[in-house]
Ligand binder design. Structure first.
Ligand code: KG4
Ligand code: ZN
Length: 344
């Protein structure tokens, strides 16, 4: 059976995994940089790149040790080649090239977003194309019709901030620490989602896109007013995000063409409130709902190895001259949306 080694280093997690053709994750390891970036309240690119350089090869060794395998046992090496913080991406891609060269194995350059987009097929081997994907991460908030490997039709994107970015900024405003998403989720558990009146940008709009900048500003005003508990702001904010995500996903289900399933991926998909609202939506629209397990939603090496597997099976391998890309849209034909150029 084919075995792929996957390397991920595009943001603040260094991650390595070995994945088998039948979807079995043989071994996976992850080094988070949370403590490196926490004092700054966000990811510092230079610190990230250096930390990836220090962590990556020891993780590769650890994964092979746990699997009781060597580089000779893998069929190909998949490395994230973008989009992301370019210093970190280069560390992973250059390491992937070096390993591929040393072991005389094919290299597969992976779009990090394709890693997220295909990860549900690692978790659920029966999931068939086309499916409607809500991709919600720190840098992206998109609805995509996934038609095949490398075939993505973007139905919607954010015109300003990504959903994860809104979670991270809300956490910072509320003094909840970094990384923001899980902290906001924790605080929201003891808050009232109806306590703070917050806007739902673009709710009910005929245009398909997302917007979170206005919500973020409203959170800041609520915080500065001194009238509300942080827990209530966190819960009300989360409810506003849920309402926006559900409304936009509903529109895509109604107008995006038939799909085999509604699928969610990306770090924000770890949020239980969002998962359960999407589950209800899928029931209402009579489509199966697929969400990868939590560890596969946030950045990890297995999703990169799996995207490598899907590409390898189709003979899609790359040359040693493949370049790292800070920007790399999944659907290059998608129309530019006002203000959204930097997010794609
Ligand atoms: O996919 P990911 O790990 O990295 C990117 O590619 O961006 O997503 C990270 C994002 C961060 O913005 C983080 O705050 C958010 O996902 N996130 C969450 C939760 N866990 C992570 N947002 C809301 N609730 C969570 N439980
Ligand atoms: Zn990601």
């Amino acid at each position: 059976m084919t075995i792929i080694l996957g390397l991920e280093s595009s943001c603040d997690e260094t991650a390595v995994a070995l994945v088998r053709e039948d979807g079995h994750v043989i071994a996976h390891k992850l080094a988070t940089q949370e403590t490196h970036h926490a004092p700054y309240g966000g990811v510092v690119p230079e610190i990230a790149a250096r930390a990836h350089a220090e962590a990556l090869m020891p993780l590769v060794d650890a994964v092979f040790r746990e699997a009781e395998m060597t580089l000779a046992d893998v069929d190909a090496i998949a490395a994230t080649a973008g989009p992301g913080l370019i210093g970190g991406v280069m560390v992973g891609l250059v390491s992937g090239k070096a390993l591929a060269h040393a072991a005389d194995k094919p290299l597969i350059a992976i779009n990090h977003l394709e890693g997220h987009a295909l990860s549900p097929r690692l978790a659920d081997q029966g999931l068939e194309f086309p499916y409607l994907l809500l991709l919600v991460s720190g840098g992206h908030c998109q609805l995509l019709r996934v038609e095949g490997v490398g075939q993505y039709c973007r139905l919607a994107t954010t015109i300003d901030d990504a959903a994860g970015e809104a979670f991270d900024k809300t956490a910072k405003m509320l003094g909840l620490g970094y990384p923001g998403g899980p902290e906001v989720e924790k605080a929201a558990r003891s808050g009232d989602p109806k306590a703070v009146p917050l806007p739902r940008p673009l709710l009910g709009s005929g245009e398909p896109h997302f917007s979170f900048a206005g919500l973020k500003s409203a959170v800041l005003r609520a915080q500065e007013s001194g009238k509300y508990r942080a827990e209530d702001i966190a819960a009300s904010f989360t409810q506003a995000v849920i309402d926006c995500l559900i409304d936009r996903t509903k529109l895509a289900l109604e107008s995006g063409g038939p799909v085999s399933a509604l699928v969610v991926a990306g770090g924000v998909a770890a949020n239980m409130g969002i998962r359960s609202a999407l589950t209800d939506l899928a029931v209402r629209y009579d489509v199966p709902f697929v969400a990868p397990p939590l560890w596969l939603c946030t950045d990890n090496g297995a999703m990169i190895a799996w995207a490598g597997m899907e590409r390898f099976r189709l003979g899609l391998i790359d040359g040693m001259d493949v370049a790292a890309r800070p920007r790399w849209p999944l659907d290059p034909d998608a129309e530019k949306v006002r203000g959204a150029g930097v997010k794609a």
